[in-house]
Design a protein around this ligand. Sequence first.
Ligand code: NDP
Length: 246
Amino acid sequence: MSKLAQKVALVTGGSRGIGAAIAKRLAADGASVAFTYAKDASAASAVVKEIELKGGKAIAIQADATDVEAVEAAVEKAFATFGRLDVLVNNAGTAIPKPFEDTTLEEMDRVIDINVRGVFATTKAALKHLSDGGRIIMIGSAVGERAIAPGLVPYAATKAAVRMFTQALSREVGGRGITVNNVQPGPIDTDLNPASGDWAVPQKAATALGRYGRAEEIAAMVAFVAGPEASYITGANLTVDGGMNA
Ligand code: NDP
């Protein structure tokens, strides 16, 4: 039987990149999947169609992570559509790579709003409906633990916040059997961090495996953490980085 049969998952930022791979993988494992996106409705509907073609269930909901009302409405819509909520994946995130001294306060606010405030708001809204024994999974970053290159100062700080948010929250919801974990990717080939170009060279060189990862390699860890075999893992930071932080 499918590992996530009868389960309902909500993935933020599921229309492209790592979030799209997570939405498709959770659906392949049997979950009904709701996911949010910010702008690109056609990319979102392509992911829904791909899941449906394979016999899965999915809906896409436009909800910018910086808009708390939209985020709350997205959680309500996911719950109303599928009748329950078992897994939340806080994936939506962004980076504005540049030297810290050149980074404006507006750029810092944007990164904090999406990567931290958005995660707090989504999690708070989801906790109202999350089933006992549910799963909260963050997509943090390997640079939330170890800064391997310049240019990511506010981003790394937000991902460190996500790491501690995970650990602290696990202490509050464990009584309901809810686990809270933080999957920390290394360099993954997406629109946000393409494996080609100058910026990719030092990241690739920093990994033990000498390559970028694929979004599916992150989705595999998320699927494991979402599944029944991960029932005793909570408050953990699970780094999937090709050995970048080794
Ligand atoms: P992409 O930029 O490739 O995809 C981002 C996804 O999130 C899209 O579906 C996008 O939808 C959505 N999104 C963007 N902004 C918002 C927003 N404000 N509100 C809601 N949804 C939004 O990113 P990645 O897949 O690379 O990254 C996903 C997560 O993984 C992020 O948290 C990132 O920090 C983390 N990560 C990525 C790494 C990498 O190397 N790629 C490494 C470590 C961590 P739309 O197109 O509609 O805007």
